[in-house]
Design a protein around this ligand. Structure first.
Ligand code: SF4
Length: 239
């Protein structure tokens, strides 16, 4: 069994265990004004999300708005369902992502896929996955503040195009950007916030989970809270 499989097996086992504890109800929203569940979009909502997303990509073009353009192989726009109810936001592409032009396809991406598909029981194609930064920083260093500033209009526009019902901030950069805060992820994690009226669940980055498997139980708690917010069934819990 690979390290990734180990992490997932532990995560699922923990979820099954916790699923039997009635004391673990939905975590109440901590940001004022947020409901315990979020309403589904109106059925007659104009479905212009795909066109709006395509317009964002067109606007990005062969972007050279920051220094990361010089070292990248490809721009990693993000991918998934243009009408996703859940949108995950990570930090930046790594080597695999830069090579393939797709978000979260390396080891951490495989773990994220497992969390979504085997844990939350959702097809990965049902969600949208993107990063704060669209080009790989050299040697996978942290993004610089000016790079984040240069790139952020694209992510803002993606969120407005998709209009997800819940945003999930993965790790420090995803969570801090979504919540416009400098608080450490250790304090943010699991505390529901909001961005432009959309609930935001900050949680640990899958790359962190690969290094620190003890965090997997917390991530599972956060994903269960996301499912409850959407009114979806939580695997391991009674209907
Ligand atoms: S990281 Fe963002 S702003 Fe910088 S070059 Fe890439 S797409 Fe443009």
């Amino acid at each position: 069994m690979s390290e990734r499989d180990d992490v997932l097996a532990d995560l699922l086992a923990h979820g099954r265990f916790l699923g039997g504890l009635s004391s673990l109800g939905v975590r109440p929203p901590e940001a004022p004004g947020l409901p315990a569940t979020v309403a589904a979009p109106a059925p007659d909502r104009a479905d212009d999300s795909a066109a709006a997303l395509a317009a964002v990509r067109e606007e990005m073009g062969d972007c050279r708005r920051c220094r990361l353009a010089s070292g990248r192989r490809t721009i990693v726009f993000g991918q998934g369902n243009p009408r996703a109810e859940i949108m995950f936001v990570g930090e930046a592409p790594g080597a695999d992502e830069d090579e393939q032009g797709l978000a979260f396809v390396g080891r951490a991406g495989q773990l994220l896929t497992d969390i979504i598909e085997k844990g939350m029981r959702l097809p990965r194609s049902e969600v949208f996955i993107a990063n704060v930064i669209k080009c790989r920083p050299p040697q996978n260093r942290n993004p610089e503040p000016d790079e984040i500033l240069a790139c952020q209009p694209f992510l803002d526009a993606q969120i407005r195009a998709i209009r997800p019902r819940v945003l999930v901030g993965l790790g420090k950069f995803g969570a801090q950007w979504l919540l416009r805060t400098a608080e450490p992820i250790s304090r943010l994690r699991g505390r529901l916030g909001e961005r432009e009226g959309i609930p935001v669940m900050p949680t640990y980055h899958p790359a962190y989970l690969l290094r620190n498997p003890a965090g997997k139980k917390d991530v599972w708690e956060d994903m269960k809270a996301v499912l409850r917010l959407l009114g979806r069934r939580v695997p391991g819990e009674a209907d």
